[in-house]
Design a protein. Structure first.
Length: 98
């Protein structure tokens, strides 16, 4: 399983707009072939900090996610909401397997 932890810091005035845009991206992403999880996490102590936990069956499935219309829309909509560039950290998912 291929996992990416995407770390995002949003400008304070844009938190709810980011959540709304990311919810739409989440809903479409979980329907993609090869998607295993697409969790959106918010730091309760610092509400401007988020982690997107994106798990796909293969590296190719994860790459295909970035070719979807819903990802491109999300990327463009949230670009100006970011306090700093988002950072994706690729991980190898060990458990659960498959």
């Amino acid at each position: 399983m291929h996992v990416t932890l995407v770390h995002v810091k949003v400008k304070p005035d844009w938190v709810q707009a980011f959540i709304n845009a990311t919810h739409a991206n989440h809903e479409a992403s979980v329907r993609e072939p090869g998607n295993r999880r697409f969790d959106v996490l918010q730091n309760p102590d610092e509400p401007t900090q988020f982690v997107l936990y994106e798990a796909y069956a293969t590296v190719e499935d994860a790459a295909q996610h970035k070719q979807t219309a819903h990802y491109a829309l999300w990327r463009d909509v949230v670009a100006d909401m970011m306090d700093m560039p988002r950072k994706g950290v690729p991980m190898k998912g060990l458990f659960p397997s498959g």
